[in-house]
Design a protein around this ligand. Structure first.
Ligand code: NG6
Ligand code: CA
Length: 514
């Protein structure tokens, strides 16, 4: 009998241990607009990011990892659905009143992990639309993340520079006074408050392009909102608010596997750091909010440590698109940039089809399981759904995430190889294969009118040898016609793959479809 009890206990211990090994918590620390060269472990010298560097020291740092697109909405769409956003109309940068662009019930990264028994939460920026067209912000806001596999959400609906400037927790705007209903419009002026356009004297930071409509917290935004005063966020407190919510989520779920998608507003515009960080970097306010993001990383690392979760948590740190310096506000970042290179050695940045558009910082840490080091494997965030399905032992339905590949061996550092090819996306698409990068003829301006960033457009085909020329300075298309032909055919085949098996909404409002 005693033997039997001992035996049973041993089995229980073994099982719970096996479970903690099989199912570590998964935390994605996701910055907004953070460039490859913006953090010190990726070569920045004008700014120090000690917490991100610590993560890199204890983890695997990737040098050829990509987000799904060079702007936010398509990038996040690809990461959550496992489908390239360029397959689906309506996945360009969304206004703040756009309906949800992912069909409720569709397989997402969150639903994959929820099926595997994870408690799933998103805290921070959403920017994939909410509700249906004509949403009433004063009632239940759905469908949204909770209809896509998340158990909990605390959201900024769109971006920091777009109304509505309120937080949504689960299905409700938080702190709303029913006597002061919230209304949102992207088509016409509403309410009776001054705008940034008519009253620039009221602004604490002036726009450089756009961003001159409703004023919230002394900053004019894109779009109009009225009412909802008690619910309006204070930009300076946003990082603290997200960290507080994330801490609570981690502590609430520390005894069960959880998935936390922590997605900051930093370092997007408007850059409004808490007083603790204001003026603390040599790079002006853009550097200050980078320090603020680094602080968030440090805080969450210490929450995990404090709760004994270090070895039980796989952390991924990355960004949703490449960097931009002036993205609509005259906040002094351009003047203070000096020789800092936000995209590191790469050409272009946010909005660009050059590598600076989507090659982003990407660090994986899972103590005891992922060997610290460097990886040059080609991987993409679009691979998350397939990879985490494999990680949790699930059979993955490739029809719903047609572009997601299982890159688990690369992610865990077990293999130096990732994808053999990847389609990159900005204002067009490009193909990566081995050392080659191919962009076909693409009409359009060389530079983004507002930001001055090189977009990658060219009337001629472009071919770059990234091994010898990571900065894409020498177009060698003329010297390699057969390679151009082959990659053009591969890109055409990618385009031709049916992308519509997934039932994404086609009627979403489009501000800037790409
Ligand atoms: C652009 C905005 C830019 C930023 C971007 C979205 C203008 C002139 N520019 O349209 O400021 O908000 O959209 O950024 O309005 S993202 O990181 O969410 O994709
Ligand atoms: Ca972004």
């Amino acid at each position: 009998m005693r033997n039997l009890v001992f035996y049973l206990l041993a089995i229980i211990c073994f099982c719970s241990q096996a479970q903690s090994v099989e199912k570590p918590n998964i935390v994605i620390l996701y910055a907004d607009d953070l460039g490859y060269g913006d953090v010190s472990c990726y070569g920045a010298t004008r700014i120090q990011t000690p917490h991100i560097d610590q993560l890199a020291k204890e983890g695997l740092r990737f040098t050829d990892a990509h987000c799904g697109s060079a702007t936010c909405t398509p990038s996040r769409y690809a990461m959550l659905t496992g489908e390239y956003a360029w397959r689906k109309k309506g996945t360009g940068i969304l206004p703040g009143d756009a309906p949800l662009i992912i069909e409720p019930g569709r397989t997402t990264l969150a639903s994959v992990l929820r099926t595997a028994g994870y408690k799933t939460g998103i805290i921070g920026k959403w920017h994939l639309g909410l509700g249906r067209r004509g949403l009433d912000w004063n009632s239940d806001i759905k469908p949204g993340p909770l209809e896509l596999g998340f158990d909990y959400c605390f959201l900024m609906p769109a971006t920091g520079d777009r109304v509505p400037c309120v937080y949504v927790e689960n299905h409700r705007v938080i702190g709303l006074d029913p006597k002061d209903p919230l209304k949102v419009s992207f088509s016409e002026y509403i309410g009776d408050e001054p705008t940034g356009k008519d009253h620039p004297e009221l602004l604490k930071v002036k726009p450089s392009h756009g961003h001159d409509q409703s004023i919230v917290n002394g900053i004019s935004r894109i779009g109009y909102m009225s009412g909802g005063h008690a619910a309006r966020w204070v930009d300076e407190d946003m990082a603290d608010t997200y960290v507080k919510k994330a801490t609570a989520f981690i502590e609430q779920h520390k005894r069960e596997p959880f998935f936390l998608y922590f997605t900051t507003h930093d370092i997007h515009v408007p850059r409004v750091p808490h007083a603790r960080f204001a003026g603390k970097s040599a790079l002006g306010v853009r550097g200050d909010v980078t320090l603020e993001f680094d602080w968030c990383v440090g805080e969450l690392l210490s929450v995990l440590k404090r709760n004994g979760l270090d070895d039980k948590t796989l952390i991924i740190l990355s960004s949703d698109n490449g960097p931009v310096v002036d993205d609509g506000y005259r906040d002094g970042s351009l003047e203070k940039l000096g020789d800092h290179k936000p995209a590191g050695p790469f050409r272009g940045g946010k909005y660009s089809l050059f590598e600076g558009g989507t090659r982003v910082p990407f660090i994986v840490r899972w103590p005891g399981h992922v060997q610290p080091g460097l990886s040059s494997a080609l991987i993409s965030q679009v691979d998350f759904p397939a990879t985490f399905a494999a990680f949790t032992g699930q059979v993955f339905d490739a029809r719903t995430s047609p572009d997601s590949q299982n890159i688990l061996p690369a992610l865990l550092g077990k293999s130096p190889k990732g994808r053999t090819e990847l389609v990159e996306h900005a204002n067009g698409i490009a193909l990566r294969e081995g050392k080659w990068k191919f962009m076909d003829r693409h009409p359009g301006p060389k530079r983004n009118a507002e930001t001055g960033i090189e977009l990658g457009n060219d009337p001629n085909p472009q071919l770059y040898d990234l091994t010898n020329d990571p900065g894409e300075t020498k177009n060698v298309a003329d010297a390699h016609p057969a390679q151009v032909q082959e990659m053009r055919a591969l890109l055409a085949a990618e385009r031709a793959k049916a992308g519509d098996a997934t039932g994404g909404r086609k009627d979403a409002a489009i501000e800037n479809d790409q």
